[in-house]
Design a protein. Structure first.
Length: 253
């Protein structure tokens, strides 16, 4: 066999190898695209399940996602939401923390972990998470609102009011943020606090025990005692984790 023949054969082998490599790469890309499409479809289904309150189904969907895509921080954040909906504190914390390990600069897991901690009376630790959320998500008024809740509960009222005002300025038609400013103004400008609470109610705020209790405190301070009593009673009736506080306020009033 001539050198030329050897060369042609070598070139043919190289060409075949290149074609095989290209085919493998193409196959891998197609498989990857198919997997991504499947993961995204499952995440969309999980999102709908979360909105519908189908938390156990959402956990199953998201477990499947994180097995296929273990570096998907958004999926772990959603999984934290699902466990939170089920009342599973430990697994919710674990999921949010895993999302942070994957992408520490994403502010949503910090924010959501902070809210979960606040709900479970762990305000000091929640404040730390809200501070981290502020580093990466200060453009989101919801971060300012929840950070203010923690600050207020820890006795840092002036700072809390500043952040509630930032949230309200960002979304002036959001009754939650308007009511937040009302909370911050109690004891600072009681007349204005009453106006903010009333405005939030008129804007369609979904009222809860916290709203009625704080509105009652403001009404009491401006001498509107009958209205204050009505709101204290509503707070007790709609009671939440702070019901004992609402009862004490009603008794004192």
């Amino acid at each position: 066999m001539t050198c030329q023949s050897h060369l042609r054969r070598a070139n043919a082998v190289v060409a075949m190898a290149a074609a095989f490599a290209t085919a493998c790469a193409s196959s891998a890309q197609q498989q990857s695209a198919a997997q991504n499409a499947e993961v995204n479809a499952t995440k969309r289904r999980a999102s709908l399940q979360l909105r519908a309150g189908e938390y156990a189904d959402a956990v199953r969907s998201l477990d499947a996602v994180v097995r296929q895509a273990p570096k998907d921080d958004q999926a772990y954040t959603m999984l934290g939401d699902a466990y939170r909906g089920l009342g599973d504190f430990a697994n919710s914390v674990k999921s949010y923390e895993q999302a942070m390990r994957i992408n520490y600069g994403a502010y949503q897991p910090h924010l959501k972990l902070g809210i979960l901690l606040m709900e479970n009376g762990k305000t000091g630790r929640a404040l730390t998470e809200f501070e981290e959320a502020m580093k990466f998500g200060a453009s989101d008024p919801l971060v300012h609102y929840n950070y203010a809740l923690a600050l207020h509960e820890l006795g840092r009222g002036k700072e809390a009011l500043e952040h509630w005002r930032v949230a309200r300025e960002a979304e002036p038609d959001n009754p939650v943020y308007v009511a937040g400013v009302g909370i911050g103004l109690v004891g600072v400008d009681d007349q204005e606090a009453v106006k903010q609470f009333a405005r939030a109610g008129e804007m369609g705020l979904r009222k809860n025990g916290l709203y009625y209790n704080n509105y009652a405190l403001a009404l009491e301070r401006v001498g509107k005692n009958a209205e204050a009593e009505t709101n204290f009673l509503s707070a007790v009736t709609l009671g939440d984790a702070k019901q004992n506080e609402y009862r004490r306020n009603l008794a004192r009033h």
